[in-house]
Design a protein around this ligand. Structure first.
Ligand code: ADP
Length: 245
């Protein structure tokens, strides 16, 4: 169920060299929702995602997870899972070892027992409908299958939030469409709080519970797909969503 606030992004600003990339940006992510960050290339989506992940840090503003100020927390301590367009699987590891990677990497006192890891990997393979693939290697998989495994790997650590940055961007149009539907199904089954970055309006509108529209590092609008389509708050949103109406 969506409802309480899982993550608060408060007054975030970030400048690279002299170029301001995020300007005083605030938004809430609700527990259990699939939030799309939608905007044209260069609007600051990846930078925002990296700051939420702890892969980068803001100049000003805060990231709050639940009641915890996580702004300066390193990535390893944030319990986030991510899938990037080019965040490849480990080629020398089997599918099962790829999925278990985050669990095996934990220090011994926090690592589940071997049998428990095996059970979890099996459950995840069922979830992504690739049971029977445990002993294959990434080179034996299609691009779409690899991204499904990457998603299972991200989910294996039971992340507080799943961060997806154009995860299907490198795949062809039909595979993308299938995976979109598939991701929505997985989300409905797991209720995993998820942020999905895309510059593709159709993808954002079809997939998400809410869409946050970014332009030039500012939040233009946040709302349900219907709200942003039917009542765009600015000419920028209208222009960006215009193609799909
Ligand atoms: P988007 O994901 O919406 O395409 P990004 O967050 O990747 O946008 O980039 C926003 C702007 O910040 C771009 O102009 C990009 O060139 C710049 N930028 C991103 N990362 C860096 C970096 N590490 N150093 C310098 N400029 C950066």
């Amino acid at each position: 169920m969506t409802g309480s606030t899982a993550i608060r992004v408060e007054n975030l600003s970030k400048t690279f060299d002299t170029a301001a990339v995020l300007h005083d940006l605030s938004l809430d992510v609700r527990a259990g929702e699939l939030l799309a960050l939608l905007g044209p290339s260069g609007s600051g989506k990846t930078t925002l995602l990296r700051i939420i992940a702890g892969l980068d840090f803001p100049d000003r503003g805060r990231i709050v997870f639940g009641a915890e100020d996580a702004t300066r927390l390193p990535v390893q301590q944030r319990a986030v899972g991510f899938v990037f367009q080019h965040y490849a699987l480990f080629k020398h590891m089997s599918v099962a070892d790829n999925i278990a990677y985050g669990l095996n990497a934990r220090k011994r006192s926090e690592r589940p027992a071997k049998a428990e890891i095996k059970r979890r990997v099996g459950d995840l393979l069922d979830l992504i409908k690739l049971s029977g693939f445990a002993d294959r290697y990434p080179s034996q998989l299609s691009g779409g299958q690899r991204q499904r495994i990457a998603l299972a790997r991200a989910l294996a650590v039971e992340p507080r939030v799943l961060l997806l940055d154009e995860p299907f961007g490198a795949l062809d149009a039909q595979v993308r469409k299938d995976l979109r539907r598939w991701l929505r199904e997985i989300h409905d089954r797991t209720g995993q709080t998820t942020i999905f970055v895309t510059h593709d309006q159709d993808e954002a509108l079809e997939l998400s519970d809410r869409v946050a529209v970014l332009a030039k590092g500012r939040l233009e609008q946040i709302g349900s797909p219907d709200e942003v389509q039917e009542a765009p708050v600015s000419a920028t949103v209208l222009k960006f969503l215009g193609d799909t109406i």
